[in-house]
Design a protein around this ligand. Structure first.
Ligand code: NAI
Length: 292
């Protein structure tokens, strides 16, 4: 899509951070924006600010972890604007900890929001877009952590983001097979300066942890601090919003907001390790064939 004027964007997690950055750019492109978020106050603040720039905004209080909320979001969008042309499955959270020590509540919360949220968006909106049969885009917010497993303490997050990347890759192939006009994109940001480090604000009360059961790991403290510091030094959400729109216009599948050589090398190293294992396994297969 090259011309976004008067088209309709639905952005989950649109009240803060990356979602808000995408919303700001959508408004500049002349789009009508549906902001979906679980935080009522931040949502109404974002609505006010965007409306003061002359934007057409529909705020919808939504918990993306609930299929029925996402279905209502779609219904409200269609009832209000008739169509949807851009869906950003972006809402996310990031509780952390040593992977096997994380509680079932941690796992449930992050899987429900980061992975099920995108699954609900996919199941609800793709049939609507297919029926419209016009040019549409879906941007699923994954992360660089969906392309490589490097951040210690981010195991649960990495699991969800690998899931989002895999989901987006297969949807792209299925849509292409069906000759659909819908294009999908995997947004894989590096560090962005947002409120993600304060994600506990959105943890549902029924998924709170028993703090007496938590294990302290002083050796991990410097790693957490480095991650938090990286967030502070990260990219600005508005720049991410700009990159997303430029990438949509060019039909780029993996949208990378941080192209530092350092990240390129890490992605390359992972791919090379897979290829090296491939060669080693090939040798095992050959030697087994010879023996039989
Ligand atoms: P943020 O905390 O500023 O924004 C996240 C938004 O999602 C908030 O408005 C929050 O209220 C909303 N949200 C949380 N749970 C929700 C739920 N159940 N239903 C609906 N809305 C919900 O954080 P940020 O960084 O903007 O996060 C957006 C996405 O970007 C997430 O998927 C995150 O994993 C991803 N990401 C962030 C990076 C960063 O460095 N900030 C890097 C890579 C990916």
């Amino acid at each position: 899509m090259k011309d976004f004027k008067d088209k309709v964007a639905v952005i989950t997690g649109g009240a803060s951070g990356i979602g808000r950055g995408i919303a700001n750019r959508a408004v500049k492109e002349g789009m009508k924006v549906v902001l979906a978020d679980i935080e009522a106050e931040a949502l109404s603040q974002a609505e006010k600010e965007l409306k003061s720039c002359g934007a057409t905004v529909l705020p919808v209080l939504t918990d993306v972890s609930k299929a029925e909320d996402v279905e209502k979001l779609a219904q409200k969008t269609i009832d209000t604007f008739g169509e949807v042309h851009l869906l950003c499955n972006n809402a996310g959270t990031a509780p952390y900890g040593i992977t096997w020590e994380c509680s079932l509540s941690d796992w449930k919360w992050i899987m429900d929001v980061n992975l099920w949220g995108v699954i609900h968006g996919t199941r609800t909106f793709i049939p609507i877009m297919l029926k419209q049969d016009n040019e549409c885009h879906i941007v699923n917010t994954a992360s660089l952590s969906g392309l490589m497993a490097n951040e210690i303490g981010q195991g649960m997050y990495i699991v969800t983001k690998y899931g989002v990347v895999g989901l987006t890759e297969i949807i792209a192939k299925e849509l292409s097979l069906l000759k659909s006009k819908i294009k999908v994109h995997a947004l894989c940001p590096g560090m962005v300066k947002t409120r993600i480090v304060d994600c506990e604000r959105n943890r549902p009360s029924e998924l709170c942890n028993d703090i007496t059961e938590q294990i302290d790991h002083p050796e991990l403290k410097p790693i957490w601090e480095a991650i938090l510091g990286l967030g502070e030094a990260g990219e600005l959400p508005d720049k991410v919003g700009d990159i997303v729109f430029e990438a949509i216009k060019k039909d780029i599948f993996y949208i990378l907001t941080d192209t530092k050589l350092y990240y390129r090398r890490m992605i390359q190293a992972r791919n090379e390790e897979i290829m090296e294992s491939y060669k080693q396994n090939k040798q095992i297969h050959k030697s087994l064939e010879k023996r039989s």
